[in-house]
Design a protein around this ligand. Structure first.
Ligand SMILES: [Zn+2]
Ligand SMILES: [Zn+2]
Length: 303
């Protein structure tokens, strides 16, 4: 009998962990270049020419994340679909054998099995993207990567995987599994939100507004506002990146944050700042994060 048969969530956990590592390799390096480099939209890839190994590691982590995501989905149908060798070669008859001692399908085969069980067909562009990724990953693993790699390439490949394969639920799964260290002296949910704020800042640097919104499941239209909770937390943590990932929901008279997922009631009142045209104000009694009524466009207190 086969023992230690894995569960889909085992592979999902690995997929999220590898994804976080793929992002962290790029994020932490850019932070070492300087805090403003991370949020700078006028940039060159020049500093990265000396950190090609880190990009290679990031790409390998991304590849592992995709591979494990495919395995987790296939495993939902049957873990046996992951094994490539014939059952007659699984081991000595009537003797227990460990699942992990079997041979598993390579990436190309996992892609085919995934499409079969999902009843989907990848378009030519996606197949080509995966083929390029697979070849680059092999070159990185074997240390023969000659052409220069850019963070743009790795992050674009990641975005394509998340948007076209995983879908918008990736962020929720990511949130459920992401384990952050208590860097900022805040509780773990707050730390996670601040980590995701850094990820969003990195994504915004490299992606167009439309692609970024697509990635995080935010509608393509609608002005963005500060989330009172996220912006306050980020100020307390000493981060410089804007936490403006909330959209106005007119029907409910509130702003909904795509970072921390909270909703905050708002009041329509002209901002006191003469240069601000906004009338979306959060009253201090409506938010535990605020001590004063605050404009959610310019963050000016309304005293
Ligand atoms: Zn928020
Ligand atoms: Zn204002």
């Amino acid at each position: 009998m086969l023992r230690n048969i894995p569960r889909p969530e085992d592979f999902a956990l690995l997929s999220v962990q590898y994804l976080a590592q793929a992002i962290d390799h790029i994020l932490n390096t850019e932070k070492n270049f300087g805090d403003f480099t991370l949020s700078d939209t006028e940039y060159t890839d020049e500093p990265w020419e000396h950190h090609q190994g880190i990009l290679g590691n990031s790409l390998i982590m991304l590849f592992l994340s995709i591979e494990n995501y495919l395995k987790s989905e296939i495993c939902k149908v049957s873990p046996l679909l992951l094994i490539s060798n014939e059952p007659s070669k699984w081991g000595v008859k009537n003797v227990d054998k460990d699942f992990e001692d079997q041979f598993f399908h390579p990436f190309d085969d996992l892609i085919v099995i995934y499409q079969e069980i999902k009843g989907v067909a990848f378009d030519a562009a996606l197949k080509s993207d995966f083929e390029v990724l697979r070849k680059k990953r092999n070159k990185c693993v074997h240390g023969i990567q000659r052409e220069k790699m850019t963070p743009q390439y790795v992050l674009d490949a990641m975005r394509v995987f998340l948007v076209k394969i995983w879908g918008v639920s990736w962020l929720q799964s990511f949130r459920e599994i992401l384990l952050t260290e208590d860097f900022y002296g805040l509780d773990s949910k707050d730390c996670e939100d601040l980590k995701i704020l850094e990820y969003f800042t990195l994504f915004e640097k490299y992606f167009s507004e439309d692609d970024f919104r697509d990635l995080i499941g935010m509608p393509s239209r609608g002005r963005r506002f500060f989330c009172p909770e996220c912006e306050t937390k980020k100020i307390e943590a000493g981060l410089i990146y804007d936490a403006d990932y909330a959209l106005h929901n007119h029907a409910n008279q509130e702003v909904e944050c795509y970072l921390c997922t909270s909703s905050t009631p708002i009041t329509y009142k002209q901002c006191v700042s003469p240069t601000c045209q906004c009338d979306i104000i959060c009253l201090s009694e409506e938010s535990i994060a605020l001590e004063l009524d605050t404009c959610l466009h310019c963050w000016q207190d309304q005293t």
